[in-house]
Ligand binder design. Structure first.
Ligand code: BES
Ligand code: MN
Ligand code: ZN
Length: 508
């Protein structure tokens, strides 16, 4: 539909040259804290202005501390109109994450000034020996920082103000590397923006059927294929946990399946399962009215998984991938699931429903059991599963639980590279005691204590004998305030993390 706009808000191109000789609205200089001496491109840029940057650094107006920005007008002897100084903080504390944040701050400052175009040089010595990472983090920071969700703004034209063009200026010797890396980073940024678009879309225009349509649209008919199981098929398969959640809604549930073949046919796939609650009212265990509107974001796991499948295809990653997306609403209609009901899940396990608002684990239970048929190398599910995870870890951190140390280590490593923070919670046997039912095999909540863990313990009852990790993104999926490269709203949590993980496990 026309409302989804995953296309770039910002066009980034790589060019051969020197920033000091570039005709542009603004040169961006990334500066470390207390850098008294200018070197390299910064010195050349400063020379063009007759020493204005040096002059500024002599004052305390700009010290280069993290995320500080300042603007200088270059004067008529320079081919560039302005210099945007952006602080990186201490040189010895520099990371890819700081670069993403600083570049985001820089371009957002320029956007506020309605500057339409800028140029920046990658200073290789910022991250020695990591040229690819430096280019990628610059591109990601700029693209993700400038993201805005605009399809429903029809009046305030000012809100459309963008910084449409950024040039990355580098030495001819580095051009091939920089251009290739920028292309890949742009694909990754597209994926994050695609996930943000899907999550930002309002529930009335992002129903399970519309989500399925979006999935069919990204399938290319070659390496990425899509199939969607509707209500009748789900019934005949016995996906009763998914059907039970959907029973209170007029919107039919969908099981969306995306399959990407990037490795040899026989290679066991990684299965990604994403929670696709296009709206979670809580069902009969109705949620409070306050902030219920935010529950349109309860399909952020689904969005992440779809975005990853799209990016894997565009990047041509050498992996096989299966994405399972159970999609439904959780509504309190007359046919709705009730507390006390017992549901016979796809796995055969019976579930006593204590709280209909613990619905994500129900639909994932069927997806995780279904995953076994693919004989997967690993299964990762990603879900806005528990408010308790926000209580435990805060809004910016993913909760990780799982059964396989190697898989967990791989995801941890990817999280560090992607700058998506995560923390592991334990999955000891005592937690599954807490979800024992008196009359069924399991109950769907264990009460308030350890809410994130008992939810994972519940999921674990439905996993097969494959390595499994669960990612709870209830916090990070939605930013309640602006962060440097995560504007308030849908964040695209998990997308870069999972792409990084898949990159690392590619067949050699
Ligand atoms: N989608 C919610 C979890 C959630 C809460 C995500 C806040 C993002 C922000 C989930 O379906 C839910 O309602 N969980 C309940 C579980 C409880 C009933 C055991 C919760 O967290 O309160
Ligand atoms: Mn719920
Ligand atoms: Zn939910």
């Amino acid at each position: 539909s026309k409302k989804i706009h995953a296309e770039a808000h910002l066009k980034i191109t790589v060019k051969k040259g020197k920033p000091a000789q570039t005709k542009t609205q603004s040169v961006i200089l990334l500066m470390c804290e207390d850098e008294k001496k200018l070197s390299g491109e910064a010195a050349a840029v400063d020379n063009k202005t007759g020493g204005l940057v040096k002059e500024m650094l002599k004052s305390t107006d700009f010290t280069g501390k993290a995320l500080q920005t300042a603007v200088l007008y270059a004067g008529k002897n320079a081919p560039f109109r302005r210099i945007l100084l952006a602080g990186l903080g201490k040189k010895n504390e520099l990371t890819a994450e700081k670069i993403r944040q600083t570049v985001a701050k820089a371009v957002r400052h320029l956007r506020e000034l309605k500057v339409g175009q800028a140029a920046v040089a990658p200073e290789w010595n910022l991250l020695p020996g990591q040229k690819n990472t430096l280019v990628a983090s610059m591109v990601e920071g700029a693209r993700l920082g400038l993201y805005k969700y605009l399809p429903y703004k029809t009046q305030e034209k000012d809100d459309r103000a963008e910084m449409p063009r950024l040039e990355i200026i580098c030495d001819p010797a580095d051009y091939t590397l920089a251009a290739a890396e920028a292309r890949k980073a742009n694909i990754i940024a597209d994926a994050v923006c695609f996930a943000r678009d899907l999550v930002s879309a309002p529930g009335n225009e992002m129903t399970p059927s519309i989500l399925a349509r979006q999935a069919r649209k990204i399938a290319d008919g070659k390496k990425l294929s899509c199939s969607v199981l509707g209500k009748a098929k789900l019934k005949s398969l016995g996906m009763n946990a998914l059907l039970a959640v959907a029973a209170g809604s007029h919107e039919p549930p969908q099981l969306i399946i995306l399959e990407y073949k990037g490795a040899k046919k026989s290679a066991p796939p990684v299965v990604l399962a994403g929670k696709g609650l296009t709206f979670d009212a809580g069902g009969i265990s109705l949620k409070a009215a306050e902030k219920m509107d935010e529950m349109k974001m309860d399909m952020a796991g689904a969005a992440a998984v779809m975005a990853v499948a799209h990016a894997a295809t565009r990047l041509g990653l050498a992996v096989n991938l299966v994405c399972l997306i159970p999609a439904t609403e959780n509504m309190p209609g007359g046919g709705a699931l009730k507390p006390g009901d017992i549901v016979r899940s796809y796995s055969g396990n019976t579930i006593e429903i204590i709280n209909t608002d613990a619905e994500g684990r129900l639909i994932l239970a069927d997806a995780l059991a279904y995953a076994s048929r693919y004989k997967p190398a690993a299964v990762i599910d990603i879900a806005t599963l528990t408010g308790a995870c926000i209580v435990a870890l805060g809004e910016e951190v993913i909760g990780m639980l799982g059964t396989d140390d190697a898989l967990k280590a791989g995801i941890k490593k990817a999280s560090e590279a992607a700058g998506e923070l995560l923390w592991e919670l334990p999955l000891w046997d005592m937690y599954s005691e807490m979800i024992k039912s008196d009359i069924a095999d399991v109950k769907n909540t264990g009460g308030r204590p350890a809410g994130t863990i008992t939810a994972a313990a519940f999921l674990n009852k439905f996993t097969g004998d494959y390595p499994w990790v669960h990612l709870d993104i209830a916090g990070p999926a939605w930013a309640t305030k602006d962060r440097p490269y995560t504007p308030k709203g849908a964040s695209g949590a998990g997308v870069r993390l999972l792409i990084e993980y898949l990159k690392n496990i590619q067949a050699k």
